[in-house]
Design a protein around this ligand. Structure first.
Ligand code: SF4
Ligand code: SF4
Length: 266
């Protein structure tokens, strides 16, 4: 069990703008899970919410078209999102395409954003196909929202928390040429080096227990629920650093509200 004296340490295993994998030592899974839930549902992002359709000759009906446009990720900074939220601001976008010569695909790159601080994450997202002579003309408004209201505002494709694997084996029994457990592991967690069993990539273990099944007497797999493995992948609207910063800000806000409510009870 973690206690008040246990130091919290963060060990970063992988880090880029879009991905972070870290071990939170002495942070129980139930605490790390509130960070995960905040990341998914409380971090604000920008998404298309209102679509005004002037012309839609395509085979796709207006509702479906508006839904597809809402799911196109818009990239801007967290500071810009906070400013838009404070001022109740909106970002205008326009889509006007005609397939004059031949049939063509309307893609996200055809959308024109009227705010220079906001960009569409990719120009290659297919929206709809137009037949020869067909047109599409519409205006859109993007607003700040949160994943708890609609998944289009959620900034992550993956957000996972789990306990840290514990791998124990009887060292003396393992010092020979048998390697059933190594062969059974699909994740390359175990290896035999100079006849000795070694754990070479502990955090890659998914606790599938296949090694345990292969050699039940000598290897045991467990989970330490008092430390957590946190893995986050961004959709791309915000960097993982911005997502984590915003998730802590949102959690702090919730805790302050709770604290104020408790003071009223006193
Ligand atoms: S755990 Fe079992 S299979 Fe693996 S090295 Fe030890 S004795 Fe061999
Ligand atoms: S539990 Fe599964 S992933 Fe972990 S070491 Fe054993 S076989 Fe490999």
């Amino acid at each position: 069990m973690s206690s008040a004296g246990d130091d919290i340490k963060v060990e970063v295993l992988e880090h880029s703008d879009n991905v972070v994998k870290m071990v939170l030592h002495n942070v129980p899974v139930k605490i790390a899970n509130s960070i995960r839930r905040s990341v998914i549902s409380l971090v604000p992002t920008l998404a298309i919410e209102k679509v005004i359709i002037f012309r839609n000759d395509s085979i796709m009906n207006d509702d479906m078209l508006a839904h597809r446009l809402g799911l196109i990720p818009l990239k801007t900074s967290l500071d810009k999102i906070r400013e838009l939220e404070r001022t109740n601001g909106k970002v205008s976008l326009v889509l006007s395409v005609s397939a004059e010569e031949d049939m063509r695909t309307v893609r996200s790159g055809d959308i024109v954003c009227k705010d220079k601080d906001v960009e569409i994450i990719s120009d290659e997202i297919d929206i709809v196909r137009l037949g020869k002579g067909e047109s599409i003309q519409l205006e859109m408004e993007a607003v700040v929202g949160r994943g708890k209201d609609h998944a289009k505002w959620s900034p992550v494709t993956v957000a996972v928390v789990r306990g840290v694997p514990i791998i124990r084996f009887k060292r003396r029994k393992c010092d020979d040429y048998c390697d059933k457990c190594v062969d059974a592991c699909p994740r390359g967690v175990l290896a035999k080096e100079d006849g000795r069993l070694k754990v070479v990539d502990k955090y890659n273990c998914t606790v599938c227990r296949l090694c345990e099944k292969a050699c039940p007497d000598n290897i045991k797999i467990g989970i330490d629920e008092n430390s957590s493995l946190l893995y986050i992948e961004s959709v791309g609207q915000l960097t993982v650093d911005e997502i984590l910063r915003a998730s802590f800000e949102e959690l702090n806000k919730k805790l302050s509200e709770l604290y104020d409510a408790l003071k009223v009870v006193e």
